[in-house]
Design a protein around this ligand. Structure first.
Ligand SMILES: [Zn+2]
Length: 817
């Protein structure tokens, strides 16, 4: 298709895409619009990078390499539709964007490095490592020896027993010329270098050096026991390689049944299924109607007239198409008489505009005049509003056109009701009176993530259908809320109209961007509409443009879908855990989820004990995911959202955690698949073939059930933690120490001999993804301390706000004093 380009607009590339598709076949469009473009030279035909089977307007999922997080933020700010996927490479950051051919070309024109579609992955490690070595060799000799800190060092099995190695190391030399090389053995008793050697990649974010790691886990033949990392700056460190995941799991009973989904389901089907489940299991389940009805799968009916921008106008029905808007017609009539005035007549729902003529009998009404005449006519303006094309003044002459019906252009079958959607959650639990710890599992905030609602539904079915043998404990001891589809309108639209729809169907765009061709660009990104760390608070990773795919909405919590989630957590304050399931990439993440770009200022990190608890929980949860078909979620895709993905201003997990203390986690189902033939990992995308989507739903239903096991353990935890002080180093004038705990717990301490309380300093991490920090004193002190675990159990039953002295007490000496 020949595409035209219009002048740049505040909405950037998205708006240009809209221009490119402006003249797609609406009923009354006569021909392409060659004159729409401004005087800039015509753009040659753009060949799409790929036409996926699901292509709409040539939209494809394309890899982009950017140098840093600032560029990711820039793409975000431009309204580029980024997948929830980010991967470091030596060259910077790989992101995936949903782009039309025109958008892709626009980005290339602006210097962005587009690398083809996701199935065309390349590995640049070798090239770049060579380049880095060459760059580094010049300076290495004179640089000071660096210190290396191993953050994580792990091997794991994935995919039919194949083994992989993952190492994260931080160098004290943060510049780009520091090259780290990892060497590992091939099992107990083997030579230290018998496993292999590889150069590590430098991981930076928002301009800051984070650490070195492999771009993807490395395939190894044997499980290594030790890895040695050396730096061209002289640093060297050898550490044990730990096993990641593979925690032994209790085998399900012989009678365990699973696999309840056999096709991608729309929200109407999903809701019918959970209603039927509640009916079938009334003792253990009930339906909760969420109070805020959505916009509904519906929108105004529209029609557009004209062939060039100046003579183009469009009308939008005042009622939704399904409520009569689709019955309205508009005709543009030539009176075939000279010097005839412009007039508008309405009969029922048929609007007839008789165009004016000049003295010679030629049509003489401009688009602006027609728009004004329609809007000024009481009967017509009761039915429709008319607009010139976007910001065009509409000075071009309007041509006659036969009577044409307006249409909302919605294609779902009648089973999908055109009315506000009654969102329903399924509540599962033997005791549903608020006395049990609550867990909120919700899926499909983003419409196009078709696997996610299947995950939630599969979990619900397994819990109820295996209750008697396998899931009695979690159903008996927890209060479980499952919301299979948080964005029903968008999901219906994604399934039947525009598969790449991410947002809901509420149109907040002004008339100037409300034309029919913009219809795929309306809606609010629900996972940016929440009230903590939002774009309205200055956080990064959302947009105020109504046509951006990360549009945060006109205000925090403007959308009924977002308010429904908040309502549920307020209505049921026993909810203590939440899982926000998205796709794709294979991630397990936790708060904080957003930062301000300037200075990479994060929402507060969780404290050290909580972070350790999240890591421990992740081991249990991700081992359960792995149990289905050996998929290992990478250590490098586990952690706080900004450490492993990007900033997402106004997301729901932060809402739950920071506003209500609910442990808010995120899944991205759909881990990269390893191709043994090429030795590369490949991304799976939003809507893989169902055979793959089914596997993802099965393995992450395992993960959701493991979350319930974690929550139940939390609810039953009466064990008090123990802590002890360990001296870690000293000189003649100072001594360093830290604390150890026998389970994830926070340690509160004082150094001045006072009683420690919950307001005393807490042990912190040494740094991001690092172990416990150290405390250094330069005089002998009396250290008083106690530990508290995540469930609130206090060491030795000490009362921090009482008067007792059953805290720990340890004297730390400096020198010989
Ligand atoms: Zn998502």
């Amino acid at each position: 298709m020949e595409e035209t380009q219009m002048r740049s607009s505040p909405n950037g590339s998205k708006a240009r895409r809209l221009a490119a598709v402006l003249f797609l076949p609406l009923a009354m469009i006569l021909s392409p619009l060659p004159a729409l473009a401004d005087p800039s030279p015509p753009v040659s035909e753009v060949v799409p990078d790929r036409q996926p089977s699901t292509a709409q307007d040539g939209v494809a999922l394309i890899r982009i390499i950017v140098p840093d997080q600032a560029s990711v933020d820039r793409l975000n700010d431009m309204g580029v539709d980024l997948a929830e996927y980010k991967k470091s490479s030596d060259e910077g950051i790989e992101v995936h964007a949903v782009l039309s051919p025109q958008e892709a070309q626009d980005l290339r024109d602006q210097g962005f490095d587009l690398r083809g579609v996701i199935s065309d992955q390349s590995d640049f490690a070798a090239n770049q490592a060579e380049r880095s070595r060459a760059l580094a060799s010049a300076d290495a000799a004179e640089a000071a020896t660096d210190t290396l800190t191993v953050l994580r060092s792990e091997w794991f099995t994935s995919l039919d027993g194949r083994r992989f190695l993952s190492v994260e190391v931080k160098s004290s030399a943060t510049d780009s010329q520091t090259v780290l090389t990892a060497t590992w053995d091939s099992g107990p008793g083997t030579a230290p270098d018998s496993g292999g050697t590889a150069t590590m990649s430098r991981f930076t974010d928002a301009g800051q050096y984070m650490y070195h790691r492999f771009n993807s886990p490395l395939a190894v033949t044997e499980a290594p026991t030790k890895v040695t990392v050396t730096s061209n700056r002289g640093g060297s460190v050898t550490v044990n390689v730990n096993k990641w995941l593979g925690e032994p799991r209790k085998a399900p009973s012989r009678h365990y049944i699973s696999d309840f989904v056999d096709h991608y389901m729309d929200p109407t089907e999903l809701t019918e299924r959970i209603v039927a489940l509640a009916k079938e299991f009334p003792k253990y389940a009930e339906i909760i109607d969420l109070p805020n009805k959505t916009n509904g799968y519906r929108r105004a009916a529209q029609g557009q007239f004209g062939t060039v921008a100046a003579s183009t106008f469009y009308v939008s029905s005042k009622t939704f198409g399904s409520e009569g808007g689709n019955d309205i017609s508009v005709a543009l009539v030539n009176p075939n008489a000279a010097s005839s005035p412009l007039s508008v007549a309405v009969t029922g729902k048929d609007i007839v505009v008789t165009l004016a003529t000049d003295a010679a009998g030629a049509l003489s009404s401009t688009a602006k005049q027609v728009v004004d005449a329609v809007n000024a006519n009481a009967a017509a303006s009761a039915l429709v509003s008319a607009n010139t094309y976007r910001t065009n003044t509409g000075a071009g002459l309007v041509a006659a056109a036969p009577a044409t019906r307006l249409t909302d252009n919605l294609k779902a079958p009648a089973s999908v009701k055109r009315e506000p959607f009654q969102t329903k959650a399924l509540r599962i639990g033997k005791t549903r009176d608020g006395s049990k710890v609550g867990v909120f599992l919700y899926c499909q905030e983003h419409a196009r993530e078709w696997v996610t609602p299947l995950t939630c539904l599969e979990t619900a079915e397994r819990l109820l259908r295996n209750y008697s043998r396998d899931h009695r404990e979690v159903v008996d001891d927890l209060d479980i809320f499952i919301l299979p589809t948080a964005n029903p309108d968008g999901a219906h639209y994604s399934m039947y109209d525009f598969n790449m729809q991410r947002r809901n169907m509420t149109n907040h765009c002004p008339a100037t961007t409300g034309d029919p061709a913009a219809r795929n660009s309306w809606g609010v990104d629900l996972n940016r509409n929440f009230s903590v760390g939002s774009i309205f608070d200055g956080y990064s990773g959302a947009s105020t443009s109504c046509t951006s795919d990360t549009f945060a909405g006109p205000a925090e919590l403007s959308e009924p879908e977002a308010r429904n989630e908040v309502w549920l957590t307020q209505q049921f304050p026993n909810i203590k855990f939440a899982m926000n399931t998205h796709s794709y990439g294979g991630y397990f993440m936790w708060p904080p989820g957003a930062y301000k770009s300037a200075g990479r200022e994060l929402l507060p990190r969780v404290d050290f004990g909580t972070e350790n608890y999240f890591w421990e929980a992740s081991s249990h949860i991700l081992s359960a995911v792995q149990a289905h078909r050996s998929t290992a979620i990478w250590p490098g895709r586990t952690g706080p959202v900004p450490d492993v993905l990007y900033s997402a201003a106004g997301n729901s997990a932060d809402e739950h955690w920071f506003n209500r203390g609910i442990i808010g986690w995120d899944f991205e189902v759909g881990a990269d698949l390893y191709d043994p033939a090429t030795g590369r990992f490949q991304a799976v995308g939003f809507q893989p073939p169902f055979s793959e989507g089914h596997e993802e739903a099965m393995e992450f239903a395992n993960g959701q059930i493991a979350i319930l096991e974690v929550a139940r353990a939390f609810s039953q935890d009466r064990r008090r933690p123990d802590s002890k002080l360990r001296i870690t180093g000293g000189t003649g004038t100072s001594t360093s120490f830290t604390f150890l705990t026998n389970e994830p717990a926070n340690v509160y301490y004082t150094l001045d001999g006072s009683r420690p309380t919950l307001n005393s300093p807490k042990l912190t991490a040494a740094g991001m993804r690092e172990g416990a920090g150290q405390i250094t004193v330069n005089q002998t002190v009396e250290v008083r301390f106690f530990a508290v675990d995540i469930a609130g159990n206090v060491e030795n039953n000490y009362q921090p706000d009482g008067n007792g002295n059953n805290y720990n007490d340890k004297r730390v000496k400096v020198g010989s004093s």
